[in-house]
Design a protein around this ligand. Structure first.
Ligand SMILES: [Zn+2]
Length: 139
């Protein structure tokens, strides 16, 4: 067994295990509303007064709700690759959770994407090394 130490770009928002990358959100114990990034305290639903949000793993597949590319490097603290390579971004709807999660897209360009296309959560490294969740082809 090989142990590899991974540095995640944001602790507590996702995990990577033998099954791949998985986003971590929170679900309201009273009404089932899901939040991502994970939040504790008040339920985000305006119709619910619960303060009981428990961590939950989110669906690993969703459908593209919208997408674009970033042809200019974002400002600091983002560390851009040199030379800068355009990054593809997708907002992906998770049907079961009823939320849309933004992420970089791995190994696909805007020419490969369509609204409604199914994608699967994966991960990749940012230019400065830490791993982040990304959307990619369904395996
Ligand atoms: Zn609630």
């Amino acid at each position: 067994m090989i142990l590899v130490r991974m540095t995640l770009a944001i602790d507590g928002w996702f995990t990577i295990d033998d099954n791949g990358a998985c986003l971590i959100g929170t679900r309201c114990a009273a009404c089932g509303t899901v939040a991502f990034p994970p939040r504790h305290g008040f339920c985000p639903s305006p119709r619910c007064e619960s303060e009981s949000m428990a961590e939950t793993r989110l669906s690993r597949r969703g459908r593209i709700w919208s997408y674009t590319n970033a042809c200019y490097p974002p400002p600091a603290p983002f560390v851009a690759a040199e030379p800068y390579l355009p990054v593809t971004l997708a907002a992906v709807e998770l049907a079961e959770e009823g939320i849309v999660v933004l992420g970089q897209v791995k190994d696909l360009t805007v020419d490969d994407l369509q609204v409604g296309m199914e994608v699967e959560l994966t991960h990749g490294a940012l230019a400065d090394g830490p791993l982040v969740w990304m959307w990619g082809r369904v395996s």
